[in-house]
Design a protein around this ligand. Structure first.
Ligand code: 6R9
Length: 656
């Protein structure tokens, strides 16, 4: 595969500059190695010291790691804290008047809000939630535009001990309903309407549709933030409430609920290899430590930084590096409502100049699309404030890396390519920018205290250059604790029997190079990575098969220049295989159907109709053949086990 080959040949090294290294929080390889050694010699002591240094505890912990009920690990379990207290209250004395969030709206207007103001808003909203009867342990679904209010909603839940489950605003009513139902949430927080790229995003209408569907009966109230300046949405008396009406009379003080370190903080649903999304459950203490320590090490946080992570709060990156990490460390951060291409493809660069951003964290897919739309646009803006660039979500191809480094970063800013997952809670493998020399396309070395390895099927470490499964050998503080409502699935998915239940299986394939650098090659399960977002092939297949026209469907990925991977669906209809105009019409209908069932991000880029799918004699769909067809390559594999070889030819010529 061309992308993997070009990655393999990439060997340029970019060490930190002398100046950067000297000032960095972790300075030079001596600094990195010293931390690793400490973690190797006294694993629990290493994490305990960091947890005492970085986190403010109401009641200090005595126990560090409990492995007795592995893989259900506990960290700092007898400690008590509140994460909202750590993000807000503890800064008030020293930095109450410091800007916490610079919010830039879609239309380009911006406003600053200080730690003191944010604290007051969170307290008021937390009081409003309490007044609606929300208690510790209740689940609250947040379906919001990317905004200060989304952060306030999340922080308020955390303040009173309610478990938030943020659903990305691009998900459909059906997807929203599934998550509400699985979490048995009692309250939804939404907005009347969002706006992105100059276009309205109907949020409340989607919530109404979701709540009209069977399975959403647990919801008692819907709180609606009035983002768009109108009341033009349906309101159900007794259920729906305006945010501003609920909060205006609430006091700006709210004593935080003191949480046990192991109390759940949030659930975030992510795609797995079967149809049903998994409710990844994180807890309070370890998760906060992960967010803080990576802000310090990976983003080399220092006072005066202006941090900007472009991820939406609907994804894990928006949890750890918008809602929690930057606030916990006391940073000023940019929260941007809009899209990178509106009003033009220079939006990111003009915003970096306008807000004097020092630390910029985005996804390879955004970088690739911006190169395509205007490779020279960054040069029109003053980007001299930048000192660190970051990427996340998928492997970055060396060409895009070099452009990011040279054109955006002026060959001055280290690029931190951060590998991690919803399940890991925080960055896991990434260069510490003042220590580790970077290589374009590699996420480099595990963070100190993260025991990453690459193993073969038997769980034995592989030699450099050989691909294998990426695993983590020791529990770490910010790790997923379980899958909501499905502890069995948690065990099976992440600590499978084949590795004696001892290794955390990330689901990615990777290899080491001769310097011990890690190169991520992609998912090993049936999960696609489209524009940095995880989509289960099964989820899309289930959605397609739910359409009355469809008899059978198989979904695979194929490489895509900008999105990383594109969705290709092979579909067998109940009726005869359509051709020409009819085929195009049905393909369009199915695309719209998937957008409605899951969300636009899951829409197939390509649909191929067949009389059947290639199957083994035992009836298994041969996806590896479908992947070859999707790429337009010749089939060289053995097809002798195939029941119906003639079908391959038909599928090859049916792209729509
Ligand atoms: C944070 C996030 C996780 C999956 C992960 C991997 C891919 C993330 C990456 C990367 C190569 C990187 N991934 N970061 N691949 N290099 N720097 O994206 O979480 O949405 O759960 O996705 O994304 O495949 O397993 P999540």
């Amino acid at each position: 595969m061309s992308t993997i080959d070009s990655v393999l040949q990439e060997n340029r090294l970019f060490p930190p500059s002398e100046d950067f290294r000297i000032k960095a929080n972790v300075s030079g390889m001596e600094g990195y190695n010293a931390l690793c050694e400490k973690a190797n010699n006294d694993y629990e002591g290493f994490w305990a010291e960091l947890a005492r240094d970085l986190v403010t505890w109401k009641k200090p912990f005595n126990k560090v790691l409990d492995e007795t009920n592995a893989p259900f690990f506990k960290w700092f379990e007898d400690g008590e804290l509140n994460i909202s207290y750590n993000c807000l209250d503890r800064h008030l004395d020293a930095r109450g008047d410091k800007t916490a969030i610079i919010f830039e709206a879609d239309d380009g207007s911006s406003k600053h809000i200080t730690y003191r103001q944010l604290h007051a808003q969170v307290c008021q909203f937390a009081n409003a939630l309490k007044a609606q009867g929300v208690k510790k342990g209740d689940r609250v679904v947040i379906y919001m535009p990317h905004s200060i209010e989304a952060v306030v909603a999340m922080q308020s839940c955390a303040r009173i001990g309610a478990i938030h489950s943020v659903v990305f605003g691009g998900f459909s009513a059906g997807a929203l309903r599934d998550r509400i139902q699985d979490a048995a949430a009692t309250l939804v927080i939404t907005a009347n309407e969002g706006v992105r790229g100059g276009k309205p995003v109907p949020l409340k209408a989607v919530v109404d549709e979701a709540l009209g569907l069977e399975g959403s009966e647990s919801i008692k109230n819907v709180i609606v933030y009035r983002r768009a300046d109108h009341d033009n949405v349906a309101f159900k008396a007794g259920r729906d409430l305006w945010w501003h009406e609920l909060t205006q009379s609430q006091p700006a003080q709210c004593e935080p609920e003191w949480m046990n370190a192991e109390d759940p903080l949030f659930i975030l649903y992510t795609s797995g290899s079967t149809g049903k999304p998994k409710g990844i459950q994180h807890t309070t203490g370890g998760y906060l430590l992960g967010a803080l320590v990576t802000m310090k090490w990976v983003f080399d946080y220092r006072e005066g930084d202006v941090y900007w992570c472009t991820a939406d709060v609907g994804w894990i990156t928006g949890h750890s590096y918008v809602c929690y990490g930057p606030l916990a460390i006391g940073a000023t951060q940019v929260v941007f409502e809009g899209v990178p291409t509106y009003p033009d493809a220079g939006r990111f660069w003009s915003m970096i100049a306008k807000h004097k951003v020092t630390t910029f964290y985005t996804a390879p897919t955004a970088i690739r699309s911006l190169i395509k739309l205007g490779a020279d646009l960054p040069k029109q803006h003053d980007l001299s404030s930048l000192r660190i660039l970051g990427t996340v979500g998928e492997p970055i191809n060396p060409e895009a890396w070099i452009w990011y480094y040279e054109v955006v970063g002026g060959s001055r800013c280290p690029i931190v390519d951060t590998w991690w997952q919803t399940e890991t809670g925080a960055n896991m493998i990434a260069p510490l920018p003042g220590a580790v020399a970077t290589k374009p396309g590699s996420c480099t070395l595990p963070l100190p205290g993260i025991m990453a390895d690459i193993v073969d099927e038997a769980g034995a470490p592989v030699d450099p250059g050989k691909g294998g499964a990426l695993v983590i050998k020791r529990p770490w503080p910010s790790m997923v604790r379980t899958i909501w409502n499905d502890a069995e699935r948690f065990k099976k998915t992440y600590f499978p029997e084949e590795f004696n239940g001892k290794l955390y299986l990330a689901g990615d394939s990777a290899h080491f190079d001769e310097n011990g650098y890690i190169w991520i090659m992609g998912r090993i399960d049936d999960v696609l990575n489209v524009s940095g977002h995880r989509l289960g092939t099964m989820e899309i297949e289930s959605a397609l098969v739910a359409n009355p026209l469809v008899a059978e469907a198989a979904v695979v990925g194929k490489p895509h220049e900008i999105k990383g991977e594109a969705v290709v669906a092979f579909v067998v209809l109940k009726q005869a295989r359509p051709e020409g105009e009819e085929a195009r019409r049905i393909a369009k209908e199915l695309r719209e159907w998937v957008a409605h069932e899951i969300g636009k991000i899951a829409q197939p880029d390509e649909i191929r109709f067949g009389d059947n799918l290639p199957k083994t004699r035992s009836g298994k769909i041969m996806r590896r053949l479908l992947r070859v067809i999707a790429k337009g390559e010749e089939i060289t594999q053995d097809v002798s086990t195939l029941e119906n070889p003639a079908i391959l030819d038909q599928l090859r010529h049916s792209a729509l």
